[in-house]
Design a protein around this ligand. Structure first.
Ligand code: SAH
Length: 256
C-alpha cells in the first residue's frame, strides 16, 4: 500500500493567480481534499479526486478524518484560505494529531506537510501600498476560541506598542457589537487621525479598499470578508495619491 500523506495548503486570498505552484501541485496530486465548504468549492473536480466539504467549527473532526484517510494510504490535502498557519487548519491538524497519537500510534509515521499561502493581511497591504512596512501584528477578533477580554488586552498593548495591526474575523452576525468595542479601545489609545483601512474581498472582483481615519470609522465598515489594517503613528497617505505607506524608519520615535 502507498504511504499516505496529509498536506495542509493555503489557497491565498481568493484570486487563482495567488495560489502558489507548490499548493497547486499538492492539489493536482491529491486523492482527497478536505476543508470548509467555501474553500473546497474553489477546487476543480476531476476523476480520482474526492472532495469532502464540511461546515465551519468542525476543524478537529475534519483533521481526524484527514489523518484517518492518510493511514489508508490516501494523498490528502487539507485546504484553508490565505495561509494555513494563520487562524486556520495547520494548528487544528496538529492539535488533533497531538490529542489522538496515543490511541493511533500509526499517525506518527504519516508524511504531514504545511504549504504556505498568501495571508489576507499581506494581500490587503499590497492592495493599498505598504501599510505594514514597519513592525506589525495580527489579531483574530473572534472570541470563538478565546475570551474577549484577551482580545481587548492584546489590542490595547499592540496599540500602546505602536504596532501596525491586521484584524481577522472582525465582525460577524453572531458578534455584531464587539467590533464597536474594538474601535472604542483604539480611540482610547490612538489619535483620531490614525489611519485604519477596511480591505474587503481582497484580490477578487469584489475587492473594496476603504481608507479611513480612526475618528471617522464605524463598525458597519467591517464584515467577515474584511481584513482591517491599522497603521502605526507614521502611516500616511502619500499626498496626491491613494497610496498608504508606513516608513521603514521610526528613528524619531520617543516614549510619551
Ligand atoms: N487563513 C486565512 C484567515 C482565515 S480567518 C488567511 O491566512 O488569510 C478568515 C478571515 O480572514 C476573514 O474573516 C477575513 O478577516 C480574512 N480574509 C480572508 N480572505 C480575505 C480576503 N480575500 N479579503 C479580506 N479579508 C479576508
Amino acid at each position: 500500500m502507498n504511504k499516505g500523506s496529509v498536506i495542509i495548503v493555503g489557497l491565498g486570498p481568493g484570486n487563482e493567480n495567488l495560489i502558489t505552484p507548490e499548493a497547486q501541485t499538492a492539489i493536482d496530486q491529491a486523492t482527497d481534499v478536505v476543508g470548509y465548504i467555501p474553500y473546497v468549492k474553489r477546487i476543480a473536480p476531476r476523476d480520482g479526486l474526492t472532495l469532502h466539504a464540511s461546515d465551519n467549527r468542525v476543524e478537529i473532526d475534519r483533521s481526524i478524518h484527514a489523518l484517518e484517510m492518510a493511514v489508508e494510504g490516501k494523498q490528502v490535502v487539507v485546504v484553508s484560505s490565505g495561509d494555513p498557519g494563520v487562524f486556520a487548519m495547520a494548528s487544528a491538524v496538529f492539535e488533533a494529531l497531538e490529542e489522538g497519537i496515543k490511541d493511533h500510534p500509526e499517525w506518527a509515521s504519516l508524511d504531514i506537510q504545511v504549504v504556505p499561502g498568501i495571508t489576507a493581511m499581506l494581500a490587503a497591504s499590497a492592495a493599498c501600498g505598504a501599510p505594514l512596512g514597519h513592525d506589525f501584528c495580527a489579531i483574530n477578533l473572534s472570541d470563538n476560541l478565546k475570551p474577549f477580554a484577551l482580545v481587548e488586552h492584546r489590542l490595547r498593548h499592540a496599540a500602546r506598542g505602536d504596532f501596525a495591526m491586521g484584524f481577522y474575523n472582525p465582525r460577524s452576525k453572531s458578534r455584531p457589537t464587539q467590533f464597536g468595542q474594538v474601535l472604542d479601545i483604539l480611540r482610547e489609545e490612538l489619535t483620531p487621525d490614525h489611519l485604519i483601512i477596511f480591505a474587503r474581498a481582497v484580490s477578487t472582483d469584489e475587492q473594496v479598499i476603504n481608507i479611513q481615519r480612526l475618528g471617522d470609522a464605524t463598525p458597519d465598515m467591517a464584515d467577515m470578508r474584511t481584513v482591517v489594517l491599522v497603521g502605526n503613528s507614521g502611516t500616511h497617505v502619500i499626498e496626491g495619491t491613494v497610496i498608504v505607506n508606513t516608513p521603514r524608519s521610526q528613528k524619531d520615535w520617543a516614549a510619551s
